[in-house]
Design a protein around this ligand. Structure first.
Ligand SMILES: Nc1ncnc2c1ncn2[C@@H]1O[C@H](COP(=O)(O)OP(=O)(O)OP(=O)(O)O)[C@@H](O)[C@H]1O
Length: 249
């Protein structure tokens, strides 16, 4: 392992100095080259403010997943700059990107991404294992987080024994495991019926407040956009509107 083995799960001090947690500046991204190239992002600029839930909306193929992957350091843009918490991702080598993804960012996916043979509590413990958090501390935090997402009584169940909505709650708890600054969620309600989907969005809304985390969520579900503090719309790889604050409830 690298020298990034931190065992603490103590929350890092939230630096709420008014600076955005994510800055995306003129980002372009293409897949392939020449005549076959797909220009997924064509000069995208926007910021994600700390402590907010920002929704990235847009039709299928508009570039949402591509953009989330770049912000999460899973891919490198063809052009432009992305900074997370003041760090330009282009300056980070793979070990530091790995540490950033492990320690500072939580990920939630459409398909939940839980490990079928592990219990809910063990799934939540996976990111902490990667940081070598001691077993007892891991178990305690996993149970605290499962209670937070309303699954205190389901810690020992495996994903196959849980509903889709419950599985996504486990995934949200897992995303919070290492007390990240930022959660990136890609269509987290895409496989859920609308009522369950709404409850997951309400959960995300609640953890923004209770866990002082920032969330960037891609969705094309218009019913869910209204729960966001801010909406960024992508169309054909370009931002259409990056400044729509929704009314505070
Ligand atoms: N690995 C890849 N290779 C080639 N083209 C790709 C690849 N990934 C995405 N694309 C293309 O890039 C464009 C943007 O795709 P992206 O998945 O980012 O859109 P999206 O808004 O997330 O769509 P969806 O809502 O369906 O997930 C699309 O034209 C897609 O076909």
């Amino acid at each position: 392992m690298t020298d990034h083995q931190e065992t603490a799960t103590v929350p890092a001090a939230r630096k709420d100095d008014g600076t955005p947690i994510v800055v995306v500046d003129d980002v372009r991204h293409s897949f392939g080259s020449g005549a076959q190239a797909v220009h997924a992002l064509r000069g995208v600029s926007f910021e994600v403010r700390r402590g907010e839930l920002t929704a990235l909306k847009g039709r299928s193929g508009s570039g949402k997943t591509t953009l989330l992957n770049l912000v999460g350091g899973l891919d490198t843009p063809t052009g432009g700059r992305i900074s997370v918490d003041g760090t330009d991702l282009a300056t980070l080598g793979e070990p530091d990107l790995l540490a950033l993804r492990r320690d500072r960012i939580g990920f939630v996916f459409q398909s939940f991404g839980l490990i079928p043979v592990l219990t809910a509590a063990e799934n939540v413990g996976v990111p902490m294992r990667l940081r070598r958090v001691p077993a007892q501390e891991r178990e305690e935090r996993a149970r605290t987080l499962l209670a937070l997402v309303g699954l205190a009584d389901h810690a020992e169940q495996r994903p196959g024994e849980l509903s889709g909505g419950q599985q996504q709650r486990v995934a949200v708890a897992r995303a919070l495991a290492n007390d990240p600054d930022l959660i990136i969620a890609d269509e987290p309600t895409g496989q859920l019926d609308s009522e369950t989907g709404r409850s997951i969005m309400e959960l995300l809304r609640a953890v923004v407040r209770s866990e002082a985390v920032t969330i960037l969520v891609a969705t094309h579900d218009p019913n869910l956009i209204e729960l966001a503090d801010r909406v960024v719309e992508l169309r054909d790889g370009r931002i259409v509107d990056a400044s729509t604050p929704t009314p505070t409830p």
